[in-house]
Design a protein around this ligand. Structure first.
Ligand SMILES: NC(=O)c1ccc[n+]([C@@H]2O[C@H](COP(=O)([O-])OP(=O)(O)OC[C@H]3O[C@@H](n4cnc5c(N)ncnc54)[C@H](O)[C@@H]3O)[C@@H](O)[C@H]2O)c1
Length: 334
């Protein structure tokens, strides 16, 4: 696997609590999952990954983690992967909003039914805790900011709807079967290893590829959309805090972000600066269906339930990410 230029000191943040813990990370060969696996290995956990590699990359996998190649749509594979595990981090999903608009059934199956398969196996096998990667897209386009967990759900795309169905099951399994669960609602996670090659890439990955290829960053909409851009180590930190939390987690939904927002235009300009291409000017394209105008996390509940504080701010995360794309992508493009 590649080396990141900056590593968070996971040991000083999380001590020895997860040493030798048998855990499963679904989607562990993907972007966020691979960072979580890396941190868990550093903390001495016994890590298994379940991933069908449909989007993940085996080269993302850290030495020491065991890969089970299979789909969360196959209940037998899911059960055998979970059998000897104490904690399940469930990240496997289809993750593109525009692709979900084109193919809603596939998104329902993987993100909805796939999550049900994970919870069913955990219920049967008596797994101690399930930590679900949920999405802030559940808040939809309501104008109120910041987004607080008590706000009504307003999914605007099949992706958002299917991720929300996963949350509902996570909560229902806590109520009906006393399963210890939590949903972490991520806000725009970015960082090294986010795939820049798909037409549906996250905005920071996509801009990196465009700028490194000498093209202007192409903004969908007028650039005024704003996001709580969250460096990936913050999402990893929230997962680790959830894994270590004492007492029972009761299916709650908890925001995970940084609590600050930047417009897409500010982002594009900052990235042009990082890549030394201030000669390029951003270009604008029509907005995409299902995209939401603004997002910003309220972190009050994350602080109360998990003791969560962001550990890497936007500027630091963006600099690290641009450096990583510069090193890993530039040689492939030039
Ligand atoms: N990236 C973000 O900004 C963001 C925001 C909110 C929520 N999330 C959630 O975080 C999780 C991880 O997202 P990511 O950005 O790392 O995406 P990713 O595509 O890099 O990772 C998803 C992983 O799941 C695997 N996968 C897909 N379908 C599978 C299946 N049927 N069986 C087994 N594995 C399967 C893929 O191969 C991939 O490795 C997802 O649940 C996503 O919904 C991400």
């Amino acid at each position: 696997m590649d080396q990141m230029t900056h590593t968070t000191d996971w040991r000083s943040l999380h001590g020895h609590a997860l040493e030798n813990k048998p855990v499963l990370v679904t989607g562990g060969a993907g972007f966020i999952g691979s960072h979580l696996v890396e941190a868990l290995i550093r903390l001495g956990a016994d890590v298994k990954v379940l991933d069908d590699l449909s989007a993940g990359n085996p080269s993302n996998l850290v030495r020491g983690a065991t890969l089970v190649r299979g789909s969360i749509l196959d209940p037998a594979i899911v059960e055998s992967a979970i059998q000897d595990r104490e904690i399940v981090f469930h990240l496997a999903a289809l993750v593109s909003v525009p692709q979900s608009v084109l193919n809603p059934r596939a998104y329902h199956e993987v993100n909805g039914t796939g999550t049900l398969n994970i919870l069913e196996a955990c219920r049967k096998l008596g797994t101690r805790r399930v930590i679900y990667s949920a999405s802030s897209s559940a808040y939809g386009d309501a104008p109120e900011l910041p987004k607080i967990e008590t706000m009504p759900d307003r999914p605007k795309s099949p992706y958002a709807a299917a991720k929300l169905i996963g949350e509902c099951y996570v909560s229902a399994y806590a109520s009906c079967y006393n399963l210890d669960t939590i949903s972490l609602r991520y806000f725009n996670i970015f960082g090294p290893r986010q795939n820049p090659h798909s037409p549906y890439s996250g905005v920071i990955a996509a801009f990196s590829k465009m700028i490194l290829s000498g093209q202007p960053p192409r903004i969908t909409g007028d650039g005024s959309a704003s996001r709580d851009f969250t460096f990936v180590h913050n999402a990893v930190h929230a997962n680790l805090l959830a894994a270590r939390a004492s007492g029972r987690l009761n299916g709650d939904v908890v925001n995970v972000g940084v609590g600050k927002r930047y417009t897409v235009l500010q982002l594009a300009e900052a990235m042009l600066g990082h890549f030394g291409r201030t000669d390029l000017r951003p270009e604008f394209a029509p907005p995409r269906p299902g995209d939401v105008p603004h997002s910003l996390a309220d972190l009050t509940k994350a602080r109360r339930v998990l003791g969560y504080e962001p550990i890497v701010d936007f500027e630091t995360g963006l600099k690290l990410t641009c450096e990583w794309y510069g090193q890993s992508l530039a040689p492939l493009i030039q």
